[in-house]
Design a protein around this ligand. Structure first.
Ligand code: ATP
Ligand code: MG
Length: 570
């Protein structure tokens, strides 16, 4: 399991890589490693798929193998070109490349059909004319064996005739299905004469109306793998019981060993979100989010728009690892991966989200100073700075002032001093309130001119530093404060009869601040630029909605880092 690298550190391999290495060592496939990522184009890819992408493409990279991109587009009612296109963009964005290995299961329909005829001729499959309900009825239960369909003993000739006419489009949907002839009393329910082909008169986004005989997953998937000469076929644990039918079909059509083998691993389950296209499509269609790329969505498109980098997604997948037992992943681990990556790449900027006016009464009305402020803190080993204007009127964060502060409040209060980031120490001399509402509307302050980039000359200590922007120079901006999509870690938790996961949506997953005030250096940056707004979080200018003169920022993640604290404690 463990191996020493050149540095002598021990790196433990997951069970899939251990299996691959074993297969390479024994020469099972002549040393060949061929994987595939097989999405069904019935939605957008999500972060669960990212785990599978990192695994399949990652393994191919590590073992000088290949990874195919294959669309499992065997359902004409749900597959669309939009989904196909978005998936390619997302995989590329994650940093992976299928080169010329792009395949579509819908190109294999003829081959699936030919094998179906072979199965029928060899009496390994039959046409069943029972209804869906009758088939379900006869299937039995976990404790009771199933019973044979009245059509089970049709002759190969009769079956062949029906199968050909099914293909020719002579029958309506549901009139007949092709089933494997295995064992209606098989202890594995999946093996009780599973359906192989069904009639579906629908327009397929690639095949149009010409084809009407669609394969079921258990028939199609193993054959797709065999056609492409895949060696290692990875799928999630729910398919463990399907492994038997995977091998049965390959044996039945005569694919010889060594051949593709299925191995299951635990799917990614991330707290505070749902990872299922069927559910995500509901969030989109029912208007719970603004679209597939809503920054709250766990889709790759949403995550990207939120400001997360592909490196952070890959780092999460690496941290989660690959195992063969079910588990949920703490959302804080994802946030940690995001912060860890954004910390070194995001220049620091000042932005005031909930502005309160400050007037520096002893600073000349028309004066201004341009401060050269470093873009990165010392522990991030990066160069760069920008110019920040200082003037008589500033905005500070409303929460950085308290009229009656508790003892540990080190920010601004009547008579107290605070340091303005990169600028002077100021003292609050007077609080101006709205005579009607009593709300604080302005602070009148004075500054210590000797404290620009220096400590107070008399040695007095200034405990707090706050951020600010010059009111005259600041740019208004819309800031979208995104939070977790669901209010509880497991969206299926605590539901009553008749309720579903949408009940657990977080009503505060988006708070829009408008206008916030940001420093003027941001004016001309291209959409998609990332920043740390000091003390507020990591932000990205929105790739679609932000423009010079109408800036829009998405909060990628807050600065609070509970995972790092947890890690430090343990
Ligand atoms: P969904 O319910 O989201 O549609 P799926 O498994 O039906 O999931 P597919 O498009 O069939 O979606 O999946 C493509 C590949 O991605 C499959 O190999 C599948 O095992 C893998 N995959 C899907 N969801 C996850 C997940 N949460 N974690 C890891 N791998 C996943
Ligand atoms: Mg699916």
């Amino acid at each position: 399991m463990a191996e020493s690298d050149a540095e002598g550190t021990v790196e433990s391999k997951d069970f899939l890589r251990t299996k691959i290495e074993n297969d390479i060592r024994t020469g099972k496939y002549g040393g060949r490693v061929a994987t595939r990522f097989p999405p069904e184009p019935n939605g957008y890819l999500h972060i669960g798929h990212a785990k599978s992408i990192c695994l399949n493409f990652g393994v191919a990279e590590e073992y000088a193998g290949t990874c195919n991109l294959r669309y499992d587009d065997t359902n004409p009612d749900t597959a669309t070109q939009e989904f196909v296109d978005s998936m390619q963009a997302d995989i590329r964005w994650l940093g992976y490349d299928w080169e010329d290995r792009l395949y579509f299961a819908s190109d294999y329909f003829e081959q699936f059909y030919e094998w179906a005829e072979k199965l029928v001729r060899e009496d390994k499959a039959y046409v069943d004319s029972s209804s869906e309900e009758e088939i379900r009825e006869l299937r039995g239960t976990v404790t009771e064996p199933g019973r044979p369909s009245p059509y089970r003993e049709r002759t190969p000739e009769e079956n062949l005739d029906l199968l050909r006419r099914m293909k020719a489009g002579e029958f309506p949907n549901g009139a007949h299905v092709l089933r494997a002839k295995i064992d209606m009393a098989h202890p594995n329910m999946v093996m009780r004469d599973p359906l192989l082909l069904r009639i579906r008169h629908s327009t397929h986004y690639r095949r149009g109306d010409e084809w009407c005989l669609y394969p079921m997953y258990d028939y199609a998937h193993c054959l797709e793998d065999a056609i492409e000469d895949i060696t290692h076929s990875f799928c999630t644990l729910e398919f463990r019981n399907n492994r038997e039918i995977y091998d049965w079909v390959l044996d039945a059509v005569g694919i010889e060993r060594p051949r593709t083998e299925q191995t299951e691993f635990a799917r990614l389950e991330l707290d505070y979100t749902v990872l299922s296209k069927r559910r995500l499509i509901r969030l989109v269609n029912e208007g719970h989010v603004a679209g597939w790329d809503d920054p709250r969505m766990p889709t790759i498109a949403g995550i990207r728009r939120r400001g997360v980098t592909p490196e952070a997604v890959r780092s999460l997948c690496e941290k989660v690892g690959v195992a063969d037992v079910k588990s949920r992943t703490d959302y804080a681990l994802f946030e940690y991966a995001i912060r860890d990556d954004l910390n070194w790449r995001s220049p620091r900027r000042l932005a005031v989200l909930d502005p309160l006016k400050v007037v520096i009464t002893d600073y000349p009305e028309d004066a201004e100073e341009w401060i050269d402020a470093p873009s990165f803190p010392r522990d991030v080993d990066k160069e760069g700075s920008r110019r920040m204007p200082f003037s008589r009127e500033l905005w500070i964060e409303r929460a950085d002032f308290m009229e009656e502060p508790p003892r540990k409040f080190h920010r601004l209060a009547p008579g107290r001093e605070v340091r303005l980031r990169h600028a002077y120490v100021i003292r609050c001399d007077e609080v101006v309130k709205d005579p009607e509402t009593g709300e604080v509307i302005e602070l009148r302050c004075s500054h210590d001119p000797a404290t620009m980039g220096a400590n107070p000359a008399d040695g007095r200590r200034i405990k707090g530093t706050i951020h600010w922007v010059s009111a005259r120079h600041a740019l208004p901006a819309e800031v979208r404060l995104y939070d977790r999509l669901f209010a509880v870690a497991d969206p299926d938790e605590g539901l009553e009869e008749g309720e579903d996961f949408t009940k657990n949506l977080n009503p505060e997953s988006l708070v829009v601040v408008n206008p916030a005030r940001v420093e003027p250096s941001l004016a001309d940056d291209p959409p998609g630029s990332r920043y740390q707004f000091e003390r507020s979080g990591y932000f990205v200018s929105d790739a679609l909605d932000s423009a010079p003169g109408a800036l829009v920022f998405n909060r990628t993640v807050t600065l609070r880092d509970s995972w790092a604290k947890i890690a430090a404690r343990s």
